[in-house]
Design a protein around this ligand. Structure first.
Ligand code: SAH
Ligand code: SF4
Ligand code: F3S
Length: 465
């Protein structure tokens, strides 16, 4: 992977000037609402978007209907993600009838898809701004143009993004933060649209990453999640990912996690890090996608089932407590019953803490979309249900094994089901709910695990740090 040119300071200065211009406008939106769809990359981008809108003198509005600028940060990894985004946009048309000044912006992975922006322009002329993924940093300029020209702005850049540094940001909270270390993906798994909409792999420099992490630490961050589509192929300023991780560990932030890792690039050095680095949490998301070598080959995953199982063994040797999670695709074109059974047996062997399962969804422009697929959808649905049932039973057994342990939890939020409880994660990444006040959010609390539920643990508070 190459290090890419950084968008020039001069260009970033231009964008800051547009932010000031928008801020000075009399007739402009005052309250914005961002809908972030898809993965953590988009969530992190939404924090930059919020930062830019704040700098334009706007304020975040929690209720979508009350905002006068609504921005959709879209995903297109599966067809249902795309349908959800388009469905939402159509609903906005109605809203705009009552509120003609409402500004509607749509960006992210879906609008970066080939032909999508043109289609949207024709079918949804009420959208004020459509931009892609590579030109996110130009949002201030586009918003200024849309407001001053009073006509739609459609700007999707075909060329790959450079690395952008120095965008404003409005972080969701102070105690756990996402830090991008690389962008894009070069793997071209045959089912996946991400390389087409996020462009070629490019890394930030270790200095930029370390500077951001140190700043977050100084602002009170207790947990950092390093982000990239394939963090294992990070290569910035000659440093590989394991080395970057060691340097982030030296900053002394309490907890470090990272995602996503590709099994083909998980080096022995990185595996060793799980036994060595004080702040690296015993948790790894290592998507296997399928258990059959033939399916893996046709997915272009570049590893075998045996290699994956070997990695799991090595990881558990170094760190017996490590919690492994995975993504799995069911019903890849041509998947036979026997091949699906190999996924079932792999799940049995590995015993994932959790697995995100998806029915294969054809994406235009990807190789697999041209593969013959003769398995009826109902058969795929039955297969995925079997997989989900078995995986949930395994996950419950894993959670039950945690009962009786004392765990340090970083409290994240008030529990959604019970306002007198709060919830947070153990080092292994299990969510624990326990009775406690909202004032514990952002703090470490020692908790005894008292019972296991379907996806979460229940606990009792022992101490507070
Ligand atoms: N870069 C990450 C994640 C990318 S998308 C990785 O390689 O793991 C997240 C997950 O969506 C993938 O792991 C895959 O399981 C799933 N996915 C991607 N494309 C898909 C498709 N066309 N149909 C169904 N699932 C898909
Ligand atoms: Fe998609 Fe594969 Fe890249 Fe992940 S590694 S983003 S699944 S192409
Ligand atoms: Fe979706 Fe884009 Fe992430 S397609 S999964 S939001 S990289």
């Amino acid at each position: 992977m190459k290090e890419r040119p950084i968008v020039s300071e001069q260009e970033m200065q231009r964008q800051r000037e547009f932010m000031e211009l928008v801020k000075a406008m009399g007739e402009r939106p005052r309250r914005y609402h961002i809908v972030s769809m898809g993965c953590q990359m988009n969530e992190r981008d939404s924090e930059s978007i919020a930062g830019m809108l704040n700098a334009m003198g706007m304020e975040q509005e929690a209720v979508r209907e009350q905002a006068d600028l609504i921005l959709y940060n879209t995903c297109c990894v599966r067809e249902n993600a795309e349908n959800k985004a388009l469905g939402n946009v159509i609903w906005l048309k109605e809203l705009k009838k009552d509120k003609p000044d409402l500004m509607i912006c749509v960006g992210g992975c879906m609008t970066q898809e080939k032909g999508m922006a043109e289609m949207m322009k024709k079918r949804y002329p009420f959208i004020d701004l459509i931009y892609g993924t590579h030109n996110l940093y130009k949002l201030p300029e586009y918003i200024y143009r849309a407001l001053s020209q009073r006509q739609p702005v459609i700007e999707v850049m075909d060329i790959d993004g450079e690395v952008v540094e120095g965008m404003p940001e409005a972080r969701k909270n102070r105690f756990n933060a996402f830090v991008n270390i690389m962008y894009g993906c070069d793997n071209f798994c045959t089912y996946c649209i991400v390389p087409y909409v996020r462009g070629r792999e490019r890394s930030r420099t270790p200095e930029a990453v370390l500077e951001e992490c140190a700043r977050l630490r100084d602002e009170g961050a207790k947990e950092i999640m390093l982000l990239g589509q394939n963090v294992n192929s990070y290569r910035g300023g000659g440093a590989e990912f394991a080395e970057l991780l060691r340097r982030v560990n030296d900053l002394g932030i309490s907890r470090i996690r990272f995602m996503t890792s590709h099994p083909k690039d998980l080096s022995d050095e990185l595996i060793a890090a799980f036994g060595e680095l004080e702040h690296l949490m015993p948790q790894l998301h290592l998507p296997v996608q399928a258990g059959s070598n033939e399916v893996l080959r046709r997915m272009n995953r570049s590893y075998t089932r045996e290699h994956y199982l070997e990695l799991v063994k090595k990881l558990r040797r170094v760190c017996p407590e490590i919690g492994l999670t995975s993504d799995i695709i069911v019903g890849f074109p041509g998947e036979t019953l026997e091949q699906f059974e190999e996924t079932m047996s792999l799940v049995e062997e590995v015993r994932f803490d959790a697995a995100y399962t998806f029915i294969y969804s054809p994406r235009k422009g990807t190789r697999a979309a041209t593969y013959p697929d003769d398995t009826p959808y109902e058969v795929k649905s039955e297969r995925i249900q079997r997989l989900i049932d078995r995986q949930q039973a395994i996950a419950l057994e894993v959670l039950e094994q945690q009962v009786g342990k004392a765990e340090r939890v970083l409290v994240e939020a008030v529990s959604t089901r019970d306002a007198a409880s709060v919830g947070g994660k153990t080092p292994r990444g299990h969510m624990v709910n326990f009775a406690g006040p909202a004032s514990l959010i952002g703090k470490f609390v020692d908790v005894e695990i008292t019972s296991a539920g379907r996806n979460t643990l229940r606990g009792r508070r022992i101490t507070e740090e």
